[in-house]
Design a protein around this ligand. Sequence first.
Ligand SMILES: [Zn+2]
Ligand SMILES: [Zn+2]
Length: 387
Amino acid sequence: MSSLDQDALVREMTAWRHDLHAHPEFGFEESRTSAFVAQKLREFGLDEIAEGVGGTGVVGTLRRGSGNRAIALRADMDALRITEQGTPAYRSLNSGVMHACGHDGHTAMLLGAAKLLAAEGGFDGTVRFIFQPAEEWGKGALAMLEDGLMRRFPFDEIYGLHNMPGVPVGQFETRPGPIMSAEDNFEVAFRGVGGHASRPHEGREVLIAAAAFVVNLQTIVSRRLSPADIAVVSVTELLTDGTRNALPGFARVLGDARSFRPEVSAAIEREMRVIAEGTARTYNCDVEMTYTREFVPLVNDAEATRAALAAAATVFEPEAIKAEREPMTASEDFARFLDHVPGCFAFIGNGENSPPLHNPEFDFNDAALVHGTRFHVAIARQRLPQA
Ligand SMILES: [Zn+2]
Ligand SMILES: [Zn+2]
């Protein structure tokens, strides 16, 4: 970093991270977390601190010099409804909620960058520190945007980081173009007439229709989309009103679909309707389908990605930078900001032995904090250079 004592800052960020980890809060309930963030930003002496943006979001603003360009750095603050099974000393005190996605680390890294940039500047223009709520729901970024984020705190570019299990600490990965997928949710309900398990011909039971539907859905990706398109269609729940000796008259099939282009998402919905209606006709029952779009694909801007890689080159070893990682079929609502300004989202390693994201034993790797903070500081200084 620079003259600010790096070891002291890392110790401080680690303490913040452990405090946040012990007090996880679910999306739009991050009142303690956002108060913690705002209090730190006040201590660092930011020029402007806005709380309650999009519910529990916080925006800190730091101005230096006379430049009129602004860049935004974004972290997410929410935790998940998962019961922690790891045993760190700073284990979750909020039973049934835990930081299983490392947003405690993302928040601590961005606070570290705010402290360093407030103390030392080294840029000309405006840096917005965006701490968003409810990323896991895919609702927090939209809530901030609908609360006037772009009008009240305008910026020209935005950058964000997520930790990545399985990737060594000190490694940086991104790619231009689509990097994370859309997430669509679907629910298909079959309605017939239930009855005695011994006399199926007297009713119109629906479990056989639901089972056929689940199998036939597998042909969307394998037979109906181009092999060049990446997509996933997963059935995750099948619920009926049947019981051991009674056939169900009602069955719900729920699931989740991922894709990287709106045309592919539209094709999945269209083909799913064809299969649902055809299945209902075949098995003599009624069907109702709802299909919702929860996350849009995250598409990195080519120029912003070049900028992110240039900043990363000052922080990470050349062999630890992957400029063309494969896209991944997970979703991120950072994508919503990219509807308004260009930007880049990147991953930093959380260690090869890290449990996966959303695993009850997951824990953000404190050794990664310094890398994230240094990246945030570098991108701010490079994109807002001093004359
Ligand atoms: Zn997550
Ligand atoms: Zn996450």
